[in-house]
Design a protein around this ligand. Structure first.
Ligand SMILES: [Zn+2]
Length: 386
């Protein structure tokens, strides 16, 4: 590039502003789908990979991966994202469903869930609230319809799109989906039209809380599937641009998630709060810390949690496979391999033969639950939480 050429920019997927290429964080060759469960170490190593380079839009505050390619994201029933096997996570889901029921008095009403996954959360809401439910998700597996789902809950294995304009419902829920969508501004505009046409009174969206990621250097929360990273200001901005008025923002699950309530209105307020600008310095520092910690361990090291956090963690700090295995309580993951780095995914019981010296927990919210399981197994390794 010659010196008098302007710097290259990429349009912000939320607001369209040109964002210059000064990355906050970079990873080369990340697995494009960390929830796919390879059946062998060979398959795990051969998984499709792409680069990640996070930029921040100075206009609206969105942080996004400029290399994100939506065509790499094939959602099918083989996508194993559920955290529903953990009692801690189930308690959180139950409390959140109760909160939505209380806010919306759902009895006899109808709710749509976009990106419902296996459908457990919608089943909970409809069971608690005696309401009707429609769950939409290309990764929904009809074979694994939740047993608790009442008959008045219907699941459709497909994408939510403009053909849903005209769909009638009282409320719309969308959890852990927005961060996966490349053209996120366009998607929210579609949600707005669906709400206006279908008489939807209020929506609730939940996303990972991005301020925490940059403030704590939580590099394990940055992975290819998540192309968008919102803090509260950026989230509210994105909704305002699409035509929504924010009716509530809250921090959930030990402040790891951000929830937003919003209504589709005729004249959305101008969001004037300036975006918060983040730096990637802490991400580099925590990467270095864990790289060293793993190398200094005397004995076997395992991580606990084989989901996306585990995949991102191993990719960043264990390039040469010092970590022996990833433990997971989800039986659908056990016997499979970590996408990219290829460690086996094992059941907690398998730790008895492995006798680990260090267990690194991928989410501190599960620490009590995991410590109790290690006690029951008669193991007393060092326990560290990311
Ligand atoms: Zn923007």
């Amino acid at each position: 590039m010659s010196p008098d050429q302007p710097p290259a920019t990429t349009p912000c997927p939320a607001c369209g502003t040109g964002v210059s290429h000064r990355p906050l964080y970079r990873q080369r060759g990340l697995p494009v789908q960390s929830c796919l469960m390879p059946a062998s170490a060979g398959d795990a190593g051969a998984i499709a990979r792409r680069d990640l380079e996070l930029l921040q839009c100075l206009e609206c505050g969105l942080v996004f991966n400029r290399h994100f390619d939506p065509s790499t994201q094939v959602f099918s029933p083989g996508y194993e994202e559920t955290q529903g096997f953990s009692p801690t996570f189930r308690r959180f889901a139950r409390d959140l469903a109760a909160q939505l029921n209380q806010r919306w008095t759902l009895n006899g009403k109808s709710v749509v869930e976009v990106g419902c996954g296996k459908g457990e959360f919608l089943a909970l809401m409809c069971e608690q609230g005696q309401c009707h439910g429609l769950g939409i998700d290309p990764a929904h597996d009809p074979e694994r319809r939740p047993e608790s789902a009442p008959d008045r809950v219907v699941y459709e294995q497909r994408y939510f799109d403009r053909t849903d304009i005209g769909l009638k419902a009282d409320y719309l829920v969308c959890r852990h989906t927005l961060e996966h969508i490349g053209p996120v501004g366009e998607f929210l505009a579609t949600v707005y039209e669906v709400c206006r046409a279908g008489g939807i009174g209020e929506v609730f969206f939940e996303v990972p809380e991005a301020a925490r990621i940059f403030e704590e250097g939580a590099f394990w929360d940055i992975y290819y599937e998540h192309t968008n990273y919102f803090d509260a200001t950026a989230l509210e901005q994105a909704f305002a641009r699409a035509g929504f008025e924010t009716t509530g923002i809250e921090w959930l699950f030990d402040d790891q998630y951000l929830g937003i309530y919003a209504r589709a209105v005729t004249n959305p307020p101008d969001s004037t709060a300036p975006p918060r600008i983040f730096s990637g310095q802490l991400l580099e520092e925590t990467c270095r810390y864990w790289y060293e910690r793993i190398r200094q361990a005397h004995g076997q090291v395992v991580i606990w949690g084989s989901g996306s956090k585990g995949v991102a963690f191993l990719h960043a700090v264990d390039p040469d496979g010092k970590v022996a295995a990833a433990v997971d309580i989800n039986p659908y993951r056990q016997g499979r391999f970590m996408p990219g780095t290829g460690q086996p995914i094992i059941a907690p019981e398998n730790l008895k033969s492995l006798q680990p010296a260090l267990v690194i927990i991928m989410n501190p919210i599960y620490r009590a639950e995991i410590s109790a399981m290690l006690d029951d197994l008669g193991l007393s390794p060092d326990i560290a939480c990311v």
